[in-house]
Design a protein around this ligand. Sequence first.
Ligand code: GDP
Ligand code: IMO
Ligand code: MG
Length: 423
Amino acid sequence: MLTILTGSQFGDEGKGKVVDVLAPSYDIIARFQGGDNAGHTVKVGGRTFKLHTIPSGVLYDVRLLIGPGVVMNPRVLLEEFSQLEEGGVVVDGNKLGIDAKTSIIMPYHIVMDELAETRRRERIGTTKRGIAYAYMDKVSREEVQFADIVDKERLRRKLETILPAKRAYLEAMGADDEQLERAFDTEWLFEAGERLSCHITDVSREVNVALSQGKRVLAEGAQGTHLDIIHGTQKYVTSSSTIAGSACASLGVGPTMVDEVVGIVKAYITRVGEGPLPTEQHGDVGEHMQQVGGEYGTTTGRLRRCGWFDVPLLRKSIALNGYTSLVLTKLDVLGGLDPIKICTSYELDGTTLDYPPELTSDLARCTPVYEELEGWDEDISGARSFEELPSAARRYVERLEELLGVPIPIISTGPGREQTIQR
Ligand code: GDP
Ligand code: IMO
Ligand code: MG
């Protein structure tokens, strides 16, 4: 049984929390794209784990996989191991498998990302984790793969071939001495490769064998639908395909094997970095969402931009992913706002649109059309059943289901594992 889970907005929908909640029902949890630009938060008891590369099911006894469509920074991965070990979780070769073909984010990718972002006239607001440049090397077939770093001789040969061209490229970008030094600090990779060698595997093979044995596999997405490299709000997107179809391509499993596609959706919308956000709120409402929702980037600490729920964008997410159900997160954050608005369509050049225009420049010109619903004042973070929610909160969920035409069987009312309502 294969489930694909993706973010339906611009990332940070609460994928980490939801994967942690769903993990006990799965045998394997596999990350299929992105890199440590992702920041997935799992809160259990008093502890908070911020995961960037390791699948969010790590606190349970499941097999975790990092697929070949991921770009992986070994240094960040090893830091995650340490964070988890402090919390009593050991990540050994039995627990985590990394595909031999996973691309490595090299120090020069990070410097290139920094330089490109600094020079851009219109910034993207990247996480400066080297994501675009690592994927560029995959596509141009000049990547360093996980199999290269676990074999010292192979890594030495690879670096000898690749580094001169990277140096020339960085010099042309105008890198200074400090940046060049950082870019080519690669000796640590030999030790990192040795420490990680026990994790090497063939992810596609593992997933297909597991499925043939009737096991349950969850594919965990990073980022969000509208940050997709092909269908997102270019150029304000990440460099991988974030939508459900990408899970099959990247994990190496046929689309006929997919049983469920779950979309994670926040009860409002947030975005980190640049790019259009039609329902963005700058006044008290936006501030309420930022403060009550703790809307600071997990990876970069940047304040997230916030706005009302955007139904047209969600309609597109449903089309792009084929969601069979949605998990609604952070409903608690809307408590205290009255009225609560839902953007049901846009106005653009005198026309009403219930689906986003294809071009980012047109989306940026859309004016939201809102429907208003009654708010609630109660703290709902302790509710454990749908019936315990105030009637206005139930009405909000039901109205979203009506507008979207997809069921919402799970609602999250707080960061904790137990703050989850299964209807
Ligand atoms: P992800 O990238 O999709 O995994 O999301 P992040 O972890 O980056 O951001 C979601 C933030 O919201 C984290 O700090 C979570 O702990 C928190 N969170 C998740 N679900 C809820 C919820 O239902 N209510 C509240 N108040 N916080 C939540
Ligand atoms: P999770 O998995 C929110 C955004 C960056 C920037 C753009 C490109 O935690 O939801 P990149 O570094 O990928 O080249 O940056 O994409 N971005 C995210 N925003 N959540 C994420 O991941 C993100 N990963 C990248 O802010 O706007
Ligand atoms: Mg995040």
